[in-house]
Design a binder for this molecule. Structure first.
Ligand SMILES: *Cc1c(COP(=O)(O)O)cnc(C)c1O
Length: 539
């Protein structure tokens, strides 16, 4: 394979964000996977996606009369999916589960194959394996991972695709490696040799730098579900430990791994430094599919050297109209508009800007600062739901300047990352692995105002193409980090962002130009995929 310029790659991921209403994605991981398949198509490289066809997808989270988020699920059907006529069978809970295989290339993406258990051949319980994305834990999650990993490899065999590299995007797909080992053991290799050989063909992308975010399963549950796939307990422990950690296993089953930004590579190597026999983790910073996320009016104006602010203000007015339609609030197009949309996970601190009302309230009341939020909490995360409720409360308290948009999806993401003036990002460093919404903003000329976390340290030229705050401060003491960062946030907002916006429009426009200029090439999928080929796929 090493003499091929572009080895052929099978890419495994639980979710894909290809189009807003194609609800087989939850958030950043899926957006990355969707953008990657589109980028692969643009470059005409031999990459094939493997995923699951979710019946209900991720939660559609709506705000109730009481101001709290409620999960709501719908069965979705997609008439554009092609039935491949292929079926693969996996064994789960000692029962055969048949998976139907769909295919789509509809969104300018390389082929994506989706496994679906919701068919007549299966009993009621098994039909729900591909029911809800991230809806369940433990056994249901293991069942999903068996379908994705083991079912995915079986599918590749039925397709007759020649695969040089198996790329697991996140640890969810790691059971695919157990199927690769099994195939080799059936060909008379010992476990040791099969493991070694499998490692040669697997690469892995690690994501969350929070230990608890890296899924682990009890061995008993894995065995009961059939995830051992022919291996014994001792072999499983050697791969993933006890309990079996999906990320640890992926690190030991891959020849090379990558983290999703340079800072994340440091964090991830530190985090897994005591894990024996693991692959090296290199940094390959995430990227976005430019045509999907960047408004062509902005690109055209930038390329022609036209005035960017005029174009931006037109797009901002479209966002303001969109918001009015959704929630009835008419924001002021002449006032600063801050955008913030993120999963409501505590470390992302979505309600951070409201921490000191003595400081922020006068700005909200005068309307000099307007903020539009969106984001979902995980259905089982009560803390995250509390954060959403808090944002909704703030909208009720400051009805003219704070907005929360329910049911965050790609469409809302697209509107906000082009129509806001500022893109605010205030995670507790170093917990944001990469973040891609800021890249969308930056290339649309929406200025980032962000903690130096994830991708931003690689792009930020403070005061030139956006702003940083917090100076990269870190501490184990959460309270002191929060205090430090809050002070820094207010300082940059009040002493830099607001004066520039209201008193120095030329400078603002110049910063927009710099923002686009310094990000448009490096943070596009072509650079990322080339790096994957150079650093991961080619030996
Ligand atoms: C871009 C995008 C994300 C990823 O954004 P982060 O910066 O990681 O928060 C998540 N969800 C949607 C809908 C997006 O469009």
């Amino acid at each position: 394979m090493s003499n091929k310029k572009y080895p052929s790659v099978a890419y495994f991921c639980m979710e894909y964000g290809l189009e807003s209403d194609f609800k087989i994605y939850a958030g950043g991981l899926g957006i990355l996977a969707g953008d990657y398949l589109k980028g692969a198509k643009d470059m005409n490289v031999p990459i094939t996606g493997i995923g699951l066809k979710w019946k209900q997808g991720y939660t559609d989270q709506v705000i109730g009369e009481d101001g709290k988020p409620y999960d709501s699920y719908h069965n979705y059907e997609y008439d554009f999916l092609e039935d491949t006529g292929i079926k693969v069978t996996v064994k789960i809970r000692n029962r055969y589960v048949v998976c139907k295989v769909w295919k789509t290339e509809k969104f300018g993406n390389n082929p994506l194959y989706l496994l679906d258990t919701d068919i007549e051949e299966n009993n009621g319980e098994d039909r729900w394996i591909t029911g809800q994305l991230y809806g369940w834990f433990k056994e249901e999650r293991i069942a999903q991972e068996i379908v994705l990993g083991i079912g995915g490899v079986k599918l590749l065999r039925k397709l007759g695709l020649e695969v040089d590299v198996y790329h697991f995007n996140e640890g969810h797909a790691v059971l695919a490696a157990l199927e690769l080992i099994k195939e080799k053991m059936q060909n008379k290799y010992s476990f040791e040799d099969a493991w070694k050989k499998t490692r040669e063909e697997v690469v892995f992308t690690t994501h969350t730098p929070i230990v608890q975010g890296n899924e682990a399963h009890d061995l008993e549950a894995l065995e009961y579900m059939g995830a051992f796939n022919g291996l014994n307990k001792e072999q499983m422990i050697r791969l993933g430990g006890n309990p079996f950690n999906m990320t640890v296993a992926a690190l030991r089953l891959s020849r090379k791994s990558n983290a999703v930004a340079q800072l994340h590579a440091k964090t991830a190597n530190e985090m897994w430094k005591t894990t024996s026999n693991r692959s090296e983790i290199v940094g390959i910073t995430n990227a976005i599919h430019v045509p999907t996320w960047i408004d062509s009016r902005v690109t055209n104006a930038f390329e022609k050297g036209d005035e960017l602010l005029n174009v931006h203000n037109e797009i901002k007015k479209e966002l303001i109209g969109f918001i009015e339609k959704r929630v009835g609030t008419r924001l002021n197009a002449d006032k600063l508009l801050i955008g913030f949309s993120r999963r409501a996970a505590p470390y992302k601190r979505s309600d951070f800007i409201f921490r000191d009302l003595n400081i922020i309230e006068p700005l909200l009341k005068s309307g000099d600062v307007q903020v539009v939020f969106s984001g979902k909490a995980h259905p089982l995360d009560d803390t995250g739901k509390g954060i959403v409720s808090h944002l909704v409360n703030m909208m009720k308290k400051y009805p003219n300047s704070v907005v929360f948009l329910e049911s965050y999806d790609m469409n809302i993401g697209r509107m906000l990352t082009r129509g806001a003036d500022i893109w605010l990002n205030n995670p507790r460093r170093p917990l944001e692995a990469s973040g891609t919404s800021g890249m969308k903003a930056a290339m649309n000329g929406v200025l980032n105002c962000s903690i130096l976390d994830g991708w931003w340290p690689e792009a930020c030229i403070d005061g030139v193409n956006g702003w940083q705050f917090g100076d990269g401060f870190e501490s184990d003491d959460v309270k002191s980090v929060d205090e430090h960062d809050l002070k820094a946030l207010y300082d940059v907002l009040i002493n830099k962002v607001i004066p520039t916006y209201y008193n120095a429009k030329d400078k603002w426009e110049n910063m927009m130009k710099k923002s686009i200029e310094t990000t448009r090439n490096f943070f596009g999928t072509e650079r990322m995929i080339e790096e994957y080929y150079k650093k991961l796929y080619t030996k």
